[in-house]
Design a protein. Sequence first.
Length: 150
Amino acid sequence: MNAYDLVLALNQYAALDPSPVCWTRWNSGGLAASGIYCWTCAMAEVVIGHGEIVVYEISYESDGCAHCSICNLILDYHLTDCGVDEELDYFHGLRLTTPLPKQDAYHIARIIEAAPENKDALRLAKRALAKATEPHLNPEAKEGTHHGID
Ligand SMILES: [Zn+2]
């Protein structure tokens, strides 16, 4: 299985529809201190007068996985080289559970997409896919978590 097939298979398994990234600016004109938001949360902030949306980004370049600062929804992102290293470190310290949590499949697909030649990443993706496609091996596995998703 090549990198492209792995991304496709992991994305299909994840079956998530990540929201594009929204950046907002406060009404005072200054940039928001921090945070990226999903469309729903960004609009909610606008409606209550907290600011305006200034950027609406698809495949936002990120140094790590991207979640909405308010509701924690997965956002559409593309990892930088530094982000690839960070995500590989994270997954090296994690025991993948069976069945593979859908969010983990999505995050691992982003690693391969950004680093299709990286042998560590390919190994991780193959391991993950095995856990995604053979859930009967460990029926008692609990849903896993990733980066503050509870
Ligand atoms: Zn949100």
